[in-house]
Design a protein. Structure first.
Length: 256
């Protein structure tokens, strides 16, 4: 077998298995481990594989691992914010929930937690799916559903929410800035969240640390007006949180 053919086969094996040891390649190719190591070095120089101690991984493996790590960090942040919100809930509470990732984490706590008599009102089909077997009252507000969307929006949904009065509205936003306020990407979602605020005794806004000092086109509320609690996962070291804490009760979930 020519060196070029052997290296092409090594590439194929590494890409298929994602991670492989030198000893395994040596057995499969019927060649010495020293030859395999030289081939792997050449392939790494060509950016076709990545050398590791005792073997190699595919180029996509490292990217996939980084993606998995980012996703796990996100899940930890969502879970921490959900746990922080859950600590403020009382038995018998009526809640207005959106369909954000942090709220879906909260749904898990509502199902497994010990707080009883909860009523959940939502525009999210994912929330309904998560809580349909839970020991609580569950209400979906109806409304318009855009293609590919898991939430309902529009006049019907908003009118139903306006007719209600709940203890707590809990939703996420993509941007939080003390003067501009809370904002998201979509106008219909912004309108829904604003109506949720108007129908609640207390408003809990969930925002990842990366959302602070960010402004998006669709504004939910001006200057954090009407927000009681702003819950985030952790602090950004160089950001001054004083303007936020002067306007709302700021809760940093990972440091609770």
């Amino acid at each position: 077998m020519l060196a070029t053919e052997r290296r092409a086969l090594i590439c194929k094996i590494v890409n298929e298995k994602k991670r492989v040891r030198v000893s395994e390649l040596s057995r499969r190719l019927h060649t010495t481990e020293a030859t395999v190591r030289r081939d792997l070095s050449e392939l790494q120089n060509e950016k076709k594989v990545l050398r590791t101690h005792g073997g190699a991984v595919s180029v996509s493996f490292k990217a996939d691992k980084k993606k998995e790590q980012r996703q796990e960090e996100k899940r930890r942040a969502y879970r921490a914010m959900a746990e922080a919100v859950y600590s403020f809930l009382r038995e018998g509470d009526t809640l207005l929930l959106d369909g954000s990732e942090s709220v879906l984490e909260l749904c898990g706590l509502l199902k497994t937690g010990k707080k009883r008599g909860i009523t959940v009102v939502t525009n999210s089909f994912q929330v309904v799916e998560s809580l349909k077997d839970g020991d609580l009252v569950l209400i979906h507000v109806g409304g318009n559903v855009n293609s590919g969307s898991c939430i309902s929006v529009g006049t019907i949904a908003e009118n139903v929410i306006r007719s209600l009065r709940v203890n707590k509205a809990i939703f996420s936003v993509q941007g939080v800035e003390p003067r501009y306020g809370c904002s998201v990407l979509d106008f219909a979602e912004a309108s829904m969240k604003h109506v949720m605020m108007e129908s609640a005794e207390q408003v809990f806004v969930l925002a990842e640390h990366s959302s602070f000092s960010s402004e998006y086109l669709a504004k939910v509320t001006d200057s954090l007006e009407g927000v009681d609690y702003l819950i985030t996962d952790c602090h950004t070291p160089k950001l001054d949180y004083t303007p936020y804490s002067k306007k709302v009760k700021l809760v940093t979930a990972l440091y609770l």
